[in-house]
Write a protein that binds this ligand. Sequence first.
Ligand code: CMP
Length: 143
Amino acid sequence: ATNRTFTMLKPDAVEKGYIGPILEKINAAGFKIVAMKMTRLTTAGAEEFYKIHKDQPFFGDLVKYMTCGPIVAAILEKENAVEDFRVLIGATNPADAAEGTIRKLYAESIGNNAIHGSDSDENAAIESAFHFSGREVFSGKFF
Ligand code: CMP
């Protein structure tokens, strides 16, 4: 069924000018952008967004990196959105990512890995609500 996933173009990708090329890949893969904004996470915001990782050794670096500059947050709609988007972005570590995937093309390292994709429908809903109000999400009659 058609459903939604949440993504962020991370600070490394924004800084290097990859917003356009990455959105092009997302469009070409058949995802519809139903919400989008450029924003910057606060430290408290990043700690909340990534709280499931709070006991990981990389948590401090993750929060520092995700707050170091602007990100582009978006909600994407497509059949089988969560799973298909994770295929499009590739493995967390770009060294393991398949050819042609967004991380293979644009990510620097496992930490600075260019893009986020929700790992479940439940998390997609939670992450979308973290960044967007109802009025900022478009669908139905607009498309
Ligand atoms: P993502 O899967 O979008 O969300 C969690 C992030 O934590 C992940 O992307 C990476 O950017 C980061 N991360 C995961 N594992 C490591 C690791 N071993 N070292 C550094 N960062 C990591």
